[in-house]
Design a binder for this molecule. Structure first.
Ligand SMILES: [Zn+2]
Ligand SMILES: [Zn+2]
Length: 501
């Protein structure tokens, strides 16, 4: 099946480099999704950007004594380097700070909201630390979430993914001095989600998403949507006009960031096909990859921003992930409980990291990355089995006559069906795809050890591993005969991939 897809990855905060938890979240999935759809003949653009207006960046700048702009530039470069090292290929990466396209896109969505009374000024109570003289909208405050009771900042709860109501939170304290916060009346802008709740619900019923997100969404609608504060006077964000009441915070701006990345890509591209124009085409799917904790903005606010705008005709698809643990404990960069992507890729190899992370990716629930298990698995698969496979096919079988139709065993046919199911654009699973590859390796190992030549399974592994392990797949495919590759690609409905793609 072909089609056209705009694929997005939630923008990372440029306050540090990427660790394995990031990769196991939206990053690798979005890359494997994009490679898979392209292999099936679709047109795709994968975009993301550096979240330069994040409240946590401001905090990091205060704590480190390095200014926000420098921090963002340095870390955005590190993040891009880590992505390159992991073969995560993003078609366009935008740096949002003082970016013309970014500001235009935010302003367009904001003004559309103002014109249609979807955005309006209200007075609300905002937490403030009198000791530090700082506002507690997000990074500078922490307390008990009023929805689930877990420790959260007042912006988006990592546990229940709801936007807490700060005056309702318990024991809210300043993250710099740990003192209790006071509340001050502030005039700020709100997105009136209840105004479009029914239309939004109808719209989202048609949008493919995983069970965990569907359950969360139904629950959010059952409880009833509330107005969402979208500006943060005196804190982080993009100030659209002279008045601080219009300092738009970063969670409102995510979709604008994706639009802006497409616009910048279109402007820089020599190709006559315009990536940005796809937003106005009803056959386009915008496929968001995000952590569950970003659901409120991506699944409620962003569709609401464009719901009443007749120009935007794209369809939504959402792929959420839960959190990955490291040796049973949450990743924590402050406690140095993390593995940096660049270190692991350098010590192991990029394909082994991509394959293993695909196997343990937390698609529906939290999963664990065990360092010891990874190295033991890698020793077996990459140290022993794959060299055996490479030597088994190192002499191209030029005499091999490809029958029409190809003769495949029931088990082989079933594995192809499983791979195709995982590769669907509306029910995609990087984990299922990786599981099929492991099953193929298990069959190959048994047959090789029995002195047989599991040629079909090796060819299937070489072709179907392309999105998960592009380098290994390319190396294996070069050993295959042309007729063989052509016959199997035709059977699988895949197109040939050349090395430089
Ligand atoms: Zn919560
Ligand atoms: Zn304080």
């Amino acid at each position: 099946m072909s089609g056209q897809f705009i694929v997005t990855i939630t923008p990372p905060t440029p306050n540090g480099d990427l660790h394995i938890g990031h990769i196991a979240g939206p990053f690798l999935s979005a890359d494997v999704f994009t490679r898979t759809q392209r292999l099936k003949g679709a047109r795709c653009y994968l975009v993301s950007y550096s979240d330069d207006y994040q409240s946590y960046l401001k905090r990091k700048a205060l704590e480190s004594g390095i200014n926000e702009v420098t921090l963002a530039k340095v870390n955005s470069a590190k993040i891009q380097e880590s992505l390159r090292m992991t073969d995560i290929h993003i078609d366009h990466w935008l740096e949002s700070y003082e970016n013309r396209h970014f500001e235009d896109a935010v302003q367009m969505l904001y003004e559309f909201g103002l014109e249609h009374n979807l955005i309006e000024l209200k007075t609300s109570l905002v937490p403030y630390c009198e000791h530090c003289q700082i506002w507690g909208y997000e990074a500078f405050a922490r307390g008990g979430c009023n929805h689930c009771g877990n420790s959260s900042d007042p912006s988006q709860c990592e546990f229940c993914a709801m936007a807490p109501d700060s005056p309702e939170m318990t024991d809210l304290r300043c993250t710099l001095c740990n003192q209790s916060l006071v509340y001050k009346s502030v005039e700020r802008m709100f997105l009136k989600l209840p105004m479009v709740a029914q239309a939004l619900r109808t719209h989202l019923e048609k949008a493919p998403m995983r069970t965990q997100l569907r359950t969360w969404l139904n629950d959010a609608f059952e409880r009833g949507l509330t107005d969402w504060g979208i500006t943060r006077p005196g804190e982080s964000g993009l100030k659209l006009y002279k008045n601080e009441a219009h300092r738009v915070h970063t969670w409102f701006m995510g979709q604008a960031g994706y639009f802006a990345a497409l616009k910048e890509l279109s402007e820089q591209s020599a190709s006559p096909q315009d990536a940005y124009e796809l937003l106005f085409d009803p056959t386009t799917h915008v496929v968001n990859f995000l952590g569950m904790d970003c659901s409120y903005s991506h699944v409620l606010a962003y569709p609401a921003q464009v719901l009443l705008d007749q120009r935007f005709k794209f369809k939504n698809v959402f792929y959420t992930n839960a959190f990955l643990k490291l040796d049973g404990i949450d990743f924590s960069t402050s406690r140095s409980h993390a593995i940096w992507v660049r270190d692991l890729v350098s010590d192991a190899c990029v394909d082994s990291v991509r394959f293993y992370v695909s196997l343990v990716t937390p698609e529906e629930q939290s999963e664990n990355f065990s360092v010891e298990a990874f190295w033991a698995w890698r020793k077996h698969i990459f140290g022993e089995l794959l060299p055996q496979i490479v030597s088994a096919i190192s002499v191209p079988d030029v005499s091999r006559k490809m029958p029409h139709p190809l003769m495949l065993s029931e088990h082989e046919t079933d594995l192809i069906r499983q791979w195709q199911k995982g590769a669907q654009h509306d029910d995609f699973s990087m984990k299922s795809i990786a599981s099929v590859l492991m099953q193929l390796l298990e069959i190959i190992e048994v047959q090789l050890n029995a002195g047989e030549q599991p040629r079909n399974c090796i060819v299937l592994f070489a072709l179907l591993s392309e999105p998960t392990m592009p380098r290994l797949s390319q190396a294996l495919q070069q050993q295959l005969g042309f007729d063989e590759r052509t016959a199997f690609n035709a059977l699988l409905g895949l197109r040939q991939v050349s090395k430089d793609e």
